[in-house]
Design a protein around this ligand. Sequence first.
Ligand code: MN
Length: 509
Amino acid sequence: MNSAEQKLPNTLETLEALLRPHHETAEIETVKRAYAFAEAAHRGQKRATGEPYIVHPLATAITLAEMHLSTPIIVAGLLHDVPEDTSHTLEEIEQAFGADVSNMVSGITKLSKIKYRGIERYMENLRKMFLAMASDVRVVFIKFADSLNNLETLDALPPKKQERIALESLELYAPIANRLGMGEIKGRLEDSAFKYIQPKEYVWVKELAKTAREDKSEYLQRVIRLTKDLLKTSGIQCLDVHGRAKHLYSLYRKLLKHERNIAHVYDLIAMRVIVENVADCYAALGIIHSRWTPLKGRIKDYIAQPKPNGYRSLHTTVFCEDGEIVEFQIRTTQMHLESEYGIAAHWSYDEQKYPANGTPIRPTGETTPPQWVYELAHLQNDQQDQKRYMQSLEDLKIDVFRDRIFVFTPRGDVIDLPEESTCIDFAYAIHTDIGNTCVGSKVNEEVVPLHRVLKNGDMVEILVDKSRKSPSLDWLKFARTRHARNKIRQLSRVSISAWIKGILPGSGK
Ligand code: MN
């Protein structure tokens, strides 16, 4: 039931087998060409596990293929570590695979520069920075697939590195995946990280869930059969009924809320009922309720009122056979795909709905996802319209910071500044006193002049001299932020007037 457990072997054959049913031969040829390119580029390099390096980009591409993503994304997934780790350049990638692919690879390379320093209260800033730097959402999908494989091969790394990578996934990537409605990816990221962050708790929850599942397995088979029959005799086309085990980390958090008592967790295994259309969703809900009494206050209509991340389904918890409590989740196939892969479901090979150029065609009727998804998918295809695309991201409530850079203090705090900001802006952003008494600066541990322009991800340290009386008016030549400029002017004025008072006889006391 856990997708991490049924992992396919990381081979080119696996990738091909995943792609063949949905892709043209020409596309598969491009993917194979990308594989050959990456394989040659990484030849001789090894992963910490001792395997040839190519296994990693291959695993990344396989995860992307499992998400049903289109070929350019899979090609970029295969090539994602090439510019960073080999002698081959982005230009070569562009020549061989086009600008769209090389732009995605370039985006991944940029993201790898973000340093995770694990201070919780700055996570929100880091998330924003992550999204700002990944101006193309497809790059985020590749980053998730990349991280998943890194997590799955963590055993080969020293404990300190294990913890850093696991925390990065748990605190940075998983919340972003959730924000984008990618439930399956979020669950996999969290579960793989959980194992390293709280090993004892992980084992406890895993065993608990396993026992509970085994105890219930026969019972659930019975409920599945009953539900299928029930819907059939009511004339509802039921596409699938299956049990879905809760991901371990989300089960863990739920257990903590319920005195660690698994008997209080009703959705340990939820019944998924997949039907053809929205009308059937409501009909199925009615039929289930006529057979089993629902628990009060546990009926949720996420179809009429989707969750903010776009999630849609009907949920209900009932007193099922033998009085056992069971949660049902009722949805259409399209809702199901969206709930697993969220926003990524709209970059799937099912591209006829999202033509590369021109207005996307909204399918009519019940399987229509929120409008913003179409707009986003459309804008994504239209590279000319980056501005509107970024605007849509903002409408999505992902606060993308345009024209901002994010830099770190030596303690790992994140400070965001306008582009073109210098060390002096940074000094005033930290504290007026730091600005007023600053005498020098270091960027990435190297001494630099105060007028040095900062770049995303720089670590900046300000050297101060407490005996310094006031800022220098010269600093106005390179202070960019209004805040720093105001402070410099203000304080220089004060000290100039003090100085004037001092030298003009009779003008002061
Ligand atoms: Mn990688």
